[in-house]
Design a protein around this ligand. Structure first.
Ligand SMILES: Nc1ncnc2c1ncn2[C@@H]1O[C@H](COP(=O)(O)OP(=O)(O)OP(=O)(O)O)[C@@H](O)[C@H]1O
Length: 223
C-alpha cells in the first residue's frame, strides 16, 4: 500500500472566526503503482487533500500513512525530509526556479533528497522531450515545456507517490495530452503511485481508476 488515509479530518478557520470543515475521509487507499484521477467540484477540498497527504498542511486528526510511514507523527523537519525523498509533486503553476536552467531545476529537486544525479536528470529531460532545452531557464521556455520540466523534476527523486494538482490546467490542449502521458508513463516505469486532480473529463478518462471526492469525503458529517 503506498497511501492509506483513515478518519482524516481538516477544518479551516474562517475569516469570521468559525470553523469550515473541508475534509472528513473515513478511508482512502492507493496500492503501489496505482494511478488515480481525483475529480470534484470547485472548493470541495481536492487541493487540501493533496496538501494533507504531502504533509504541507497538517490534518486535525486521523492517520495518513505514505509508503509505510505515519506522516502525522513526524516532526516538521522530518516531514519535509520525507516529502523530499518519497513524494513527487507537480503543481498547476509549475513552481520552477526562474533563475535556474531546466537541468539545474531537476538537479535541485534531487539535491533536496541528497542524491543529485546529472545523468539521470538529463535522461529524464530527454524522456520528456527536452534534451534540446537543458540550458534554457523557465522564462525562455513555453508553458508546456515548463510543465514538462516540472514533471521531470518531480520524478527526479524517484518518489514512491506522485501528487499532481491540475498539472494541465495552464497548458494548451496539444501539450495537455503530452504532459499527462509523460506523467503517467514516467510513474508507470518507476512504479510510482499517482494521484492526480483534474477538472478535465478527457484527462480523467485516461485513468484506470477515477474517484469523485464527494463520494468518500463527508465534511459535514458528525461522529
Ligand atoms: N488556508 C485556508 N483558510 C481558510 N479556508 C481555506 C483555506 N484553503 C482553502 N480553504 C477553503 O477550503 C475549501 C477547499 O479548498 P480546496 O482548495 O481544497 O478546494 P479544491 O477542491 O481544490 O477547489 P478547486 O477545484 O477550485 O481548486 C474552499 O472552500 C476554500 O475556500
Amino acid at each position: 500500500m503506498s497511501l492509506k488515509l483513515t478518519n482524516v479530518r481538516k477544518s479551516y478557520r474562517e475569516p469570521g472566526g468559525g470553523m469550515l470543515p473541508v475534509l472528513n475521509v473515513e478511508s482512502f487507499q492507493l496500492i503501489q503503482g496505482e494511478q488515480v484521477a481525483l475529480v470534484g467540484q470547485s472548493g470541495g477540498g481536492k487541493t487540501t487533500l493533496l496538501n494533507v497527504i504531502a504533509g504541507i498542511t497538517a490534518a486535525d486528526s486521523g492517520s495518513i500513512v505514505v509508503d509505510g510511514t505515519e506522516i502525522s507523527r513526524l516532526s516538521e523537519p522530518a516531514r519535509d525530509r520525507f516529502r523530499a525523498e518519497r513524494i513527487g509533486i507537480v503543481f498547476q503553476t509549475f513552481n520552477l526556479l526562474p533563475a535556474f536552467t531546466a537541468l539545474e531545476n531537476v538537479l535541485l529537486g534531487m539535491s533536496f533528497s541528497g542524491k543529485a544525479d546529472r545523468t539521470f536528470a538529463k535522461a529524464l529531460l530527454e524522456k520528456v522531450g527536452l534534451s534540446h532545452r537543458l540550458n534554457h531557464r523557465p522564462p525562455q521556455m513555453s508553458v508546456g515545456e515548463q510543465q514538462r520540466v516540472a514533471v521531470a523534476r518531480a520524478l527526479g527523486n524517484k518518489p514512491r507517490l506522485m501528487l499532481a494538482d491540475e498539472p494541465t490546467a495552464n497548458v494548451d490542449t496539444a501539450n495537455q495530452e503530452k504532459v499527462l502521458s509523460l506523467l503517467r508513463k514516467g510513474c508507470e516505469e518507476l512504479n510510482v503511485s499517482l494521484l492526480l486532480v483534474t477538472h478535465s473529463p478527457e484527462a480523467a478518462a485516461q485513468f484506470p481508476r477515477v474517484e469523485r471526492l464527494a463520494e468518500f469525503n463527508k465534511p459535514g458529517a458528525v461522529e
